[in-house]
Design a protein around this ligand. Structure first.
Ligand code: GLU
Length: 309
């Protein structure tokens, strides 16, 4: 995956969707919101509202082994405490298995899905890339289901913040898992099904997901779905260059300092508050952010250090 430079052999180009603007924030409930996820929520909210759009929240709760009990409710509470009020009802991926199964079957009918029992070690030997159909050692044992990526799978798209991108799925990623060996639906399938179901037109999220986007566009094209516009903001890292996460003990944001948290997020997004706004409420800060939001203030880099969180 890389920024496109030389003239590529484009075989699948993402079409831009027709508006209205529908954006979304789709947290995984693996822990409460921390500064990094707050920044993503604020960026997607401001971009949607600055374009008179709708802002949805979807709970990506399809991976129970990675979830923290109570985190889904806590995240929603934290969003509200920061005046990040979503439009409509929250969609829970845990309630969407029927839609994922129907889509998987659609791809199966097209002959685009095959079972695979390869171990992590086997995959590692191939640089993590699964190139094509494989022999099942024991047809009765659990198997993952993979998408047979088309041979011509060069995907190109223009990212709102990171510029022109391209990736050859077959060569750079291989055949992606749609349904896991442990019987759970894979993120790549679920996200595509739900973004289409919710008619998402714009996806503003962290750059840690930039390399997943061509896979999602490839799936959209195979399913005849529209491709949203994508914008990947830099991910917030600690001074050691690690992405802020539960794993490196990034603390949860504290609702008692909601205004200060939002002021830090706005500053991080290129919108330092003028002094006159220092005592503003969360709601006022977000309104100010909507008024001043400019996409060009987001630097086209994958990571940005945050020192004070
Ligand atoms: N649920 C994913 C995460 O929290 C984000 C999904 C997305 O924005 O596509 O990393």
């Amino acid at each position: 995956m890389g920024a496109a430079s030389a003239a590529p052999n484009i075989t699948m180009t993402a079409p831009a969707p027709k508006c209205p603007y529908i954006g979304r924030f789709a947290p995984s409930p693996s822990g409460p919101l921390h500064f990094g996820s707050l920044v993503s929520a604020v960026a997607s909210y401001l971009d949607a509202k600055a374009h008179n759009g709708t802002w949805l929240v979807r709970m990506d709760d399809i991976d129970p082994p990675r979830e923290m009990p109570g985190a889904a409710d806590l995240i929603l509470q934290q969003l509200q405490q920061h005046s990040l009020n979503w439009d409509g009802d929250v969609l829970y991926q845990s309630q969407r298995s029927g839609a994922y199964l129907a889509t998987l079957e659609k791809l199966q009918h097209k002959g685009l899905v095959y079972p695979c029992q390869c171990s992590r070690q086997q995959l590692k030997k191939q640089g993590g890339i699964h190139p094509s159909r494989c022999q099942l050692k024991d047809p009765s044992a659990p198997a993952a289901l993979r998408l047979a990526a088309p041979a011509q799978s060069q995907i190109e798209f223009e990212d709102i913040f990171q510029g022109q991108q391209r990736q050859n799925i077959k060569h750079e990623v291989g055949d992606v898992v749609l349904h896991r060996k442990d019987s759970l639906f894979a993120y790549q399938l679920a996200v595509v099904v739900d973004d289409a179901f919710q008619q998402i037109s714009h996806i503003i999220r962290g750059s840690d997901l930039l390399s997943s986007t061509p896979r999602q566009i490839c799936l959209q094209q195979l399913l005849g779905l529209l491709t949203p516009q994508y914008g990947h903001i830099p991910v917030a890292t600690n001074p050691d260059g690690q992405k802020l996460s539960k794993q490196n003990l990034t603390p949860s944001i504290d609702a008692k300092t909601a205004s200060a948290n939002l002021a830090s997020a706005l500053r991080w997004l290129g919108l330092p508050l003028p002094k006159a706004r220092y005592s503003a409420s969360s709601h006022e800060l977000l309104s100010w952010g909507i008024e001043h939001w400019q996409r060009k203030l987001i630097s086209p880099v994958m990571e940005k250090v945050t020192f004070n969180r």
